[in-house]
Design a protein around this ligand. Structure first.
Ligand SMILES: [Fe+2]
Length: 223
């Protein structure tokens, strides 16, 4: 995990989404990520209408509690792109640093407005980073879509655990395909809970994956 340096996708702000439920859990997760060799974290609570109605304002206080954590933590967000997203874009968005904004989309069907939302985001001066593209099953039978999205100036962020098969065989195949095609820009833990952390810790025993993580030119340290 040393080569990755900065993790740029996690749910460690206590009690604001389906990630860490309390401060003690967050601090213990951060300590364990430090032991795995990470040096800096960008944490990305969900911002999703109704389910997780977070905003830069509501996140500020719970995030403050992480200031004495074992690693430096920067606050960003994982924005769910739906019909409410264009309105949300009117106010300043939380970025991964610089102009990059982490976005996710429905797992069940490709939003027909996907390209227009990504384009609008770029028009506002942001650089979209699509979270876990390998997990959107509807892309699996037309992988050229990945190249198309990326050629429009969108970064692709694969989840670390997708390479292990944690999310199933199809997702695993898509992750390795993206890596073989050199289409992966960023890698993130997407850490929510203990099961994730256990699976991440077990990666140390997977020689092939460790070698890949050491050698692949992820851009995490540009953030
Ligand atoms: Fe996430």
């Amino acid at each position: 995990m040393k080569a990755i340096g900065t993790d740029m996708h996690s749910h460690l702000v206590p009690g604001v989404d389906d990630g860490s439920p309390d401060l003690q859990t967050s601090l213990s997760f951060i300590e364990q990520l430090q032991e795995l060799g990470l040096r800096r974290l960008i944490t990305t609570p969900h911002i999703m209408t109704e389910l997780y109605p977070n905003s830069p304002q509501t996140l500020a206080v719970p995030f403050e509690q992480l200031k004495n954590a074992a690693l430096p933590v920067h606050l960003a967000a994982e924005y769910y792109m739906d019909e409410q997203f264009p309105a949300r874009m009117e106010k300043p968005l939380l970025t991964l640093g610089g102009e990059r904004v982490l976005v996710e989309i429905s797992f069940t069907s490709e939003p027909f407005q996907l390209h227009s939302w990504l384009f609008d985001l770029q028009t506002k001066g942001y650089r979209p980073v699509l979270a876990h593209p390998e997990r959107y099953g509807y892309f699996h039978h037309r992988p050229e879509t990945y190249r198309d999205i990326r050629s429009r100036g969108v970064d692709l962020q694969v989840n670390l655990l997708s390479f292990t098969g944690y999310y199933g065989r199809q997702v695993q195949q898509a992750a390795w395909w993206l890596a073989e095609q050199q289409l992966v820009d960023l890698i993130g833990t997407d850490l929510h809970h203990h099961r994730h952390l256990r699976a991440i810790t077990a990666i140390g025993d997977d020689k092939k994956l460790v070698k890949f993580l050491m050698e692949y030119p992820f851009r995490n340290n540009d953030l």
